[in-house]
Ligand binder design. Structure first.
Ligand SMILES: [Zn+2]
Length: 172
């Protein structure tokens, strides 16, 4: 009954906390510690219970966690950008890291100067700034805020219903 499905766990205040295996999510619900927010369309059944299949669950109480800013790596940047090229807005599994202000022009390797870019956009931009290349960023890049974890591309794409909780695609 428990396959390798993943469930998004939200804190009591609806901020994403973590990605869990289905089994742990079901145990949290059965223990009365979390409630179902989104049904993954289906049911979890055993001899003793049957539950709507969870896709997003929310803790009944607030979990405090120390905040550590994530390390600046490619996968963290792609994850922050929801695997979407920040120039053409297309989702892409094969992204590259673009320095908005090119490094040789003293652009920093920092959260607010790196974005995900597809191959075509990266080649078109080349060593220019977005303004010089006539390109526009979808979102101003910045360091991820709040609790942070990486959702693997494969898992994210199986769960469109997570987007509204993760804020992908509509970040201000
Ligand atoms: Zn692109």
């Amino acid at each position: 009954m428990f396959d390798d499905r993943h469930v998004l766990l939200l804190n009591q205040n609806y901020t994403p906390l973590n990605v869990l295996k289905l089994k742990r999510a079901v145990l949290l619900i059965l223990a009365g510690k979390a409630e179902l927010m989104e049904n993954g369309r289906g049911e979890v059944r055993s001899v003793s219970f049957s539950l709507p299949l969870p896709s997003v669950i929310r803790m009944h109480y607030f979990i405090k966690r120390p905040y550590f800013p994530p390390k600046l790596t490619k996968v963290e940047v792609f994850n922050r950008d929801g695997y979407i090229c920040q120039y053409c807005g297309r989702e892409n599994q094969k992204l590259t890291l673009d320095h908005v202000i090119p490094r040789y022009r003293k652009g920093e390797h920092a959260w607010d100067n790196v974005v995900s870019a597809c191959d075509a956009c990266n080649r078109h931009k080349a060593g220019r700034t977005p303004a010089e290349a006539g390109m526009k960023l979808i979102h101003e890049p910045r360091a991820p805020q709040g609790n942070h974890f990486v959702v693997p591309y494969r898992v994210l794409r199986q769960h469109a219903e997570w987007d509204k909780y993760l804020g992908n695609g509509d970040r201000p």
